[in-house]
Design a protein around this ligand. Structure first.
Ligand SMILES: NC(=O)c1ccc[n+]([C@@H]2O[C@H](COP(=O)([O-])OP(=O)(O)OC[C@H]3O[C@@H](n4cnc5c(N)ncnc54)[C@H](OP(=O)(O)O)[C@@H]3O)[C@@H](O)[C@H]2O)c1
Length: 292
């Protein structure tokens, strides 16, 4: 997917989108970032991209953002209306008259038969993309290492991680690596029609995560498996909406049953180097795990 024309990055203030922006900022590429409000647009100043206002749920705002765009990095948030949001962008891209290439951030094992509603949403969006006639590439990452930052408060205050993953192992990946892989796809030729399933270097359990944190923080961190109902109560008490808590628990149940106990070498083949290990990730985010 070599770059032709302007690149529109959606989700540019999020975990993957901001990493992509960092990877492309010094390239000779005209970058545009979609911001859904003024404060988000302001936060993008000085990042090497023109910020344009647009909301996934307001199709009329997407048309101007797509003008003159040759490539779209399409990332939509975890949301009950994710299908509607992504469909609006695909339709605006089709309507732009430029036939832009779409690099879609999907999820590993996106399927209509998936045990998780989010992966079923992604399958629906992948179908819409395939039917659009636009050239596209799929990135299908495993869970983000950044998800474990949700455990930072109890790591800092109690030296414990509470998760409903049992002994499950996940080939989790650093979201910054996904941004790097996305930049490769955007700036190189030959990625149309391809799917990259991105994982970290190893499938690891939460005991392994606790072990890595113990080494980095210089204290004994312990993983305490908890039942799904307890995890849901804790998420609701932190203000996480019920739809999201149930969606995350569907993943947790699947992970605990071996759904994600595998890795691929797609990241290494795309970038020429190995993906970030959990210990490297924990070192980079040491301040957060110390409660800072
Ligand atoms: N977390 C995982 O483990 C995992 C694994 C595989 C795949 N995924 C997929 O990754 C995607 C989420 O990626 P992420 O974690 O990088 O996202 P994120 O950090 O949650 O960021 C979401 C981005 O979307 C923007 N946004 C939200 N609502 C919008 C709207 N209505 N219009 C325009 N922009 C809007 C946000 O802007 P603001 O900053 O202003 O809110 C932000 O830039 C989801 O599709 C998810 O299924 C996640």
């Amino acid at each position: 997917m070599a770059n032709s024309g302007r690149v529109l990055i959606t989700g540019a203030t999020g975990k993957v989108g901001s990493a992509l922006l960092d990877n492309l900022a010094n390239d000779d590429i005209e970058l545009r970032a979609l911001a859904h409000d003024e404060s988000e647009a302001k936060s993008l100043e000085g990042r090497g991209a023109e910020a344009v206002l647009g909301d996934f749920l307001e199709p009329e705002t997407l048309r101007p953002a797509l003008e003159g765009v040759g490539t779209v990095f399409l990332l939509t948030p975890i949301h009950p209306q994710q299908v509607h949001q992504a469909t609006n962008v695909i339709e605006a891209a089709r309507g732009s008259g430029n036939d832009p290439r779409i690099l879609r951030l999907s999820v590993h094992q996106a399927s209509h038969q998936s045990p998780t509603r989010i992966s079923r949403q992604h399958a629906e969006i992948e179908d819409t993309l395939a039917a659009s006639g636009l050239p596209y590439t799929l990135l299908r990452p495993q869970s983000f290492m950044q998800n474990t930052l949700m455990a930072a408060p109890t790591v800092a205050s109690e030296d414990r991680i509470y998760q409903p993953m049992k002994e499950g192992r996940l080939g989790m990946i650093d979201a910054r690596d996904i941004g790097e892989a996305a930049a490769k796809v955007i700036t190189e030729e030959g990625h149309e029609g391809k799917t990259y399933t991105l994982t970290g270097p190893a499938a690891i359990s939460f005991h392994d995560i606790a072990g890595a944190l113990s080494e980095v923080l210089g204290k004994e961190v312990t993983y305490i498996p908890v039942p799904l109902e307890k995890a849901k109560e804790a998420m609701l008490s932190r203000g996480i909406p019920e739809w999201m808590a149930d969606a995350l628990n569907e993943y947790a149940k699947a992970h605990s049953e071996g759904y994600s106990d595998w890795t691929t070498d797609d990241f290494e083949r795309l970038t020429g180097h190995s993906a970030t290990s959990y210990k490297e990730f924990a070192s980079d985010f040491e301040r957060v795990f110390r409660g800072g």
